[in-house]
Design a protein around this ligand. Structure first.
Ligand code: RET
Length: 133
């Protein structure tokens, strides 16, 4: 499959608000977050992935090995600890985040030179699309 690696800039963001409400993010932080021009920087070193969500306000970085469960602290987002597991499902890099919130996770894939990210929590789905920088 095509590589997810590179620097990607957001071009669309649908229902980020609903996703943040599902996470219990405060109205104040939601207002800031909605205005941000998000960038994803994705690197791969061996079997390890590093995914950086970069913005003028706050950054969020995770690193993991595919197929190896890890504890994720969502610092600066909703500040929860979740047990995360990332696997490949076809061409999609899929993460399940087990914790207090039901049905929480995301998937990343590349389609037509764009990076797609679907974030879900409880009943809410946020869809973000990024173009290569
Ligand atoms: C920001 C700004 C502060 C408030 C919120 C944020 C949301 C970040 C998100 C990051 C998702 C990262 C993923 C990484 C995995 O590959 C931008 C830090 C709520 C939703 C899915």
């Amino acid at each position: 499959p095509v590589s997810l690696c590179g620097t990607w800039d957001i071009i669309s963001n649908v229902n980020f608000e609903g996703y943040m409400i599902a996470l219990g993010i405060s109205p104040y932080l939601r207002k800031i977050a909605l205005r941000l021009k998000l960038r994803k920087v994705i690197e791969q070193r061996g079997d390890q992935y590093i995914i950086k969500t970069v913005s003028a306000f706050r950054n969020y970085t995770i690193s993991f090995r595919v197929g190896q469960e890890f504890v994720e602290f969502t610092q600066g987002l909703d500040n929860r600890h979740v047990k995360s597991l990332v696997t490949w499902e076809g061409n999609k890099l899929v993460c399940e985040q087990i914790g207090e919130k039901k049905n929480r996770g995301w998937s990343h894939w590349v389609e037509d030179d764009k990076l797609h990210l679907e974030l879900h929590c409880e009943g809410e789905i946020c869809k973000q699309v990024f173009k290569k920088n």
